[in-house]
Design a protein around this ligand. Structure first.
Ligand code: ZN
Length: 288
C-alpha cells in the first residue's frame, strides 16, 4: 500500500547559498506537499536591532513565497530568535558591558519577538520559533535568563493563541515535565507547544501533553512505531534540514520525511494517523 495523501516536513530550513529551491523540489519529487519553513539566523552576525530582525525575517518570508510560486508547495513560516544565537550574543554582551550588556540582550530578544509577531499579525507567519534554551552547558545566569524569556514568550503565545516551536536542551528526564509546567503556568494550550527535534517516544506519558515533532532518522522508526498509538494528539515528522553548503551531508536530507512516511505505512501504521500528522494536526496547530 502506498500513501498518497499530503506530506509535511515540520522543520525545514532554506539557504539561498545552499540547494535552496532544488531542496524543495527534491522533497516534492518523492511526494512532499507542505513545508514548515523555520527562520535560520546568520549565526556569525545575528541582528542587533528591531529593523535588523525585520529585514532578516523578510528574507525568509521571501524564500517561502518563492517556494510556493516556483515549486508549488504549501509553506507555513516560523519566525523567531534562535536560542543559540541569542545566548551567544548574551554571553558576549555581558562579558563586555556587565549589567548594561544584559539589558541590551533582553531588549534585543524582545525586539526579535516583536518583529516576528508583526508578521504573524499580517498573516505572513504562522508561529514563533525556534525559541527555547541553549542545548549546551551554560552558566546559571544564562540558564535562568533563558527560562525567564521563554516564560515571557509562552505568556504572549497564550494571550495570542499562537503556536511555539521549541528548541531545547537534549533529552533529560525533566525536559518535558518542566516545559509543560511552565507553559501551563502561562495559560498555554499545550498542544500548540511543539517540541522540535523531539525524540521518537511520543507517548502522552512521556510528552506531558506537548506536541512532539520527531526528528525522523532511521533509528527513530522502531520507537515511533511502538509508541504512536499512545499519542493522543498525534505527532509531527521533521528533518531539521539545514541546507548548509559547508556541511551538505551533516543532517537528514530533504527527502527523508516522505520516505519515512511510506516506511511507517508499510510497517502497519494507519493511514488515518499519517493524515493527522501531515494535515489535520498542522491545520489545528498553525491554521490553514
Ligand atoms: Zn532548526
Amino acid at each position: 500500500m502506498v500513501y498518497d495523501g499530503p506530506i509535511l516536513d515540520n522543520h525545514f530550513h532554506l539557504n539561498r547559498k545552499g540547494l535552496y529551491l532544488e531542496a524543495a523540489r527534491s522533497f516534492q519529487r518523492v511526494g512532499g506537499t507542505d513545508l514548515v519553513l523555520v527562520h535560520c539566523p546568520d549565526f556569525s552576525a545575528p541582528p542587533e536591532t528591531l529593523e535588523g530582525h525585520r529585514t532578516a525575517y523578510a528574507d525568509t518570508l521571501d524564500m517561502a513565497q518563492s517556494v510556493r510560486d516556483e515549486v508549488g508547495l504549501g509553506v507555513r513560516v516560523v519566525l523567531g530568535p534562535h536560542p543559540a544565537a541569542f545566548a551567544h550574543q548574551f554571553e558576549r554582551w555581558v562579558s563586555e558591558d556587565g549589567e548594561a550588556g544584559k539589558e541590551r540582550a533582553i531588549e534585543n530578544y524582545r525586539h526579535s519577538i516583536e518583529a516576528a509577531l508583526d508578521f504573524v499579525h499580517e498573516g505572513q507567519a504562522h508561529a514563533i520559533g525556534e525559541v527555547g534554551r541553549p542545548h549546551w552547558p551554560v552558566s546559571d545566569e544564562i540558564w535562568d535568563l533563558s527560562n525567564e524569556l521563554l516564560d515571557e514568550t509562552m505568556h504572549l503565545a497564550a494571550q495570542e493563541g499562537l503556536p511555539l516551536q521549541l528548541h531545547v536542551e537534549g533529552e533529560s528526564e525533566d525536559t518535558y515535565p518542566d516545559l509543560a509546567q511552565r507553559a501551563l503556568r502561562q495559560g498555554m494550550d499545550l498542544r500548540k507547544l511543539v517540541r522540535h527535534y523531539s525524540p521518537p517516544d511520543v507517548r502522552d506519558a512521556h510528552t506531558h501533553g506537548l506536541t512532539p515533532s520527531v526528528l525522523c532518522g532511521k533509528g527513530a522508526l522502531e520507537t515511533l512505531i511502538e509508541t504512536h498509538r499512545m499519542a493522543k494528539n498525534g505527532f509531527f515528522l521533521e528533518t531539521d534540514y539545514m541546507d548548509d553548503p559547508r556541511r551538505p551531508g551533516a543532517v537528514l536530507g530533504p527527502k527523508t520525511v516522505p520516505k519515512r512516511t511510506q516506511q511507517l505505512l508499510a510497517a502497519g501504521v494507519d493511514e488515518d494517523i499519517m493524515w493527522n500528522t501531515h494535515s489535520a494536526l498542522p491545520t489545528f496547530v498553525y491554521g490553514e
